[in-house]
Design a protein around this ligand. Structure first.
Ligand code: NAD
Length: 477
């Protein structure tokens, strides 16, 4: 059984209740975690506060950077161990689990280097005054993390917060938190003071809610569904606590007839099957110019048929979904599509070795999906690609912007002027031209517009969100 990790030590929950840890590859329980309580959050926030007011504040920015760099190196040394933990906990194929562990180390490397480069300014003002701005940390930051990329999201969220001088209380998902408990232990080993990184496990509506409500939390970084994002905002609004929201997406891949199809195909496929489609920035809508629609779908269909799905350890194209309810969710979307008469172009194959008790879903390509259908509007969070055609640039923009989301967009065309026009006209936090990052790029600011959230994580930009600006005006005559 895994305990919480608070003030550099394993801590038993006051509630004494546990939750099962289930392997998505076979649906079997293999471990357990604590079902935390509001009292556990109290203990963690208090430890964090003591750290912030004590040893953490005494560290210079450069010392903080060195500490974070030591953690980055330690994480690099533990890539195999961390990937193995994440693989079983989340059902990630080996390549994906490794990529996540490597990205985690890279986040700490990037933010280690950023610690002593964040500073305020001197502002021109009236004669006889000197005016300065200081970037100050919020203090104790709360981080609510989903199950799809625990290590990567911890890296970008906690890494940025620590670099800006905050301390952290983290609530990972009840479906995947083992890797983060181990990361917190490694942080303690490299010298993070007790209370700098605290992890409390349990249900969102219990510990997540308690964290968001706690008056000792000075900033909340939430990554998850739009629904819970709304709840967090409502709770935070009661005490005017600042929030960063990284919510979902229904990101379009917009392919014009002059695109290089050989380059488009592997990227479009990867953007929807990566992590079994359980990626906020998944390219889940394919918009293709009419004259290219049939030939592109034909080649894409052939490629989808070759995709293989199986247990995470087999390291195939696609692993299992996280849990049975997620599998059911995907089935519901596909069943609705069938009732609406939406044609399936192709599906991948679940291999014979996949246990029946695992949560598998073959990647599925559907065509002529009406823009108003829920398959074109809502996040499936599974390996399901909804294709539709467009007439011209205006129509492409109209379809691209016709959902509540605005996280990422891919635009494929060789026409330079069109590339820039599209980048301006599509409403999203990131636009990739002739490539698709699927949220990748530690250095690149990431976040959404509309129901995809607000605020930015990743890159140097994140540090502005993890600080508050103080203006100091000195009258000296
Ligand atoms: P979720 O919103 O159900 O849960 C996310 C986290 O919030 C979990 O830790 C959960 O325990 C917690 N939570 C649940 N209810 C809560 C409450 N009332 N108060 C406080 N915390 C609560 O999302 P999920 O199913 O874990 O993840 C999938 C969703 O996350 C998708 O919508 C996906 O697009 C989104 N996501 C977004 C990004 C991004 O960066 N934009 C990245 C990954 C996932």
């Amino acid at each position: 059984m895994h305990l919480h990790f608070i003030a550099n030590a394993p801590v038993r929950s006051t509630g004494e209740r546990t939750l099962p840890v289930i392997d998505p590859s076979d649906g079997q329980t293999y471990d357990s975690i604590q079902r935390g309580t509001a009292e556990d959050i109290e203990v963690a926030v208090s430890a964090a506060r003591q750290c912030f007011e004590g040893p953490w504040k005494k560290l210079s920015a450069a010392e903080r950077g060195r500490l974070m760099m030591r953690l980055s190196l330690k994480l690099s040394d533990h890539v195999d161990e961390l990937s193995a933990i994440e693989q079983r906990d989340c059902g990630k194929p080996t390549k994906q689990a490794r990529a996540d562990a490597v990205a985690l180390a890279r986040y700490f490397e990037f933010y280690a280097g950023a610690c002593d480069k964040l500073h305020g300014e001197t502002l021109p003002y009236q004669d006889g005054y000197t005016v300065l701005t200081w970037r100050e940390p919020h203090g104790v930051t709360g981080h609510v993390i989903p199950w799809n990329y625990p290590m990567q999201i911890f890296g970008r969220s906690v890494g940025g917060a620590l670099a800006a001088g905050n301390v952290c209380v983290v609530k990972p998902s009840e479906d995947a938190c083992l890797s983060l408990l181990r990361v917190a232990e490694l942080a303690a080993e490299v010298g993070f003071p007790p209370g700098a990184i605290n992890i409390v496990t349990g249900y969102g509506h219990e510990v997540g809610d308690a964290l968001a409500r706690h008056p000792g939390i000075d900033h909340i970084s939430f990554t998850g569904s739009p629904h819970v994002g709304t709840l967090i905002q409502q709770v935070a609004a009661e005490r005017h606590c600042p929030v960063t929201l990284e919510l979902g997406g229904k990101s379009p891949q917009i392919v014009f007839a002059d695109a290089n199809v050989d380059e488009v195909l592997p990227v479009v496929i990867n953007a929807i099957v990566q992590n079994a489609g359980q990626t906020c920035s998944a390219g889940s809508r394919l918009l293709v110019e009419q004259s290219l629609y049939e030939p592109l779908l034909e080649r894409l269909g052939e490629a989808f048929t070759r995709l293989r799905v199986g247990p995470a350890a087999m390291d195939l194209d696609v692993g299992p979904l996280i849990r049975q309810t997620q599998q059911q969710r995907v089935w519901d979307f596909l069943s609705d599509a069938q009732h609406a008469g939406i044609p399936v172009v192709a599906q991948g194959t679940v291999v014979d070795e996949a246990p029946e008790t695992g949560f598998y879903q073959a990647p599925t390509l559907l065509r002529d999906v009406p823009i108003t259908h829920r398959l074109a509007q809502e996040e499936v969070f599974g390996p399901v690609l909804a294709a539709m055609s467009f007439r011209d640039e205006d129509h492409a923009v109209e379809l691209a912007n016709a959902t509540q989301f605005g996280l990422v967009a891919g635009v494929w065309t060789r026409d330079g002027a069109r590339q820039l026009r599209m980048a301006r006209r599509v409403r999203s936090g990131q636009v990739f031209i002739n490539n698709y990052g699927a949220g990748g790029g530690v250095e690149l600011p990431f976040g959404g517009v509309k129901s995809s959230g607000y605020g930015r994580e990743k890159g140097f930009e994140a540090l502005y969100g993890f600080t508050t600006l103080k203006t100091v005006a000195i009258k000296h005559g």
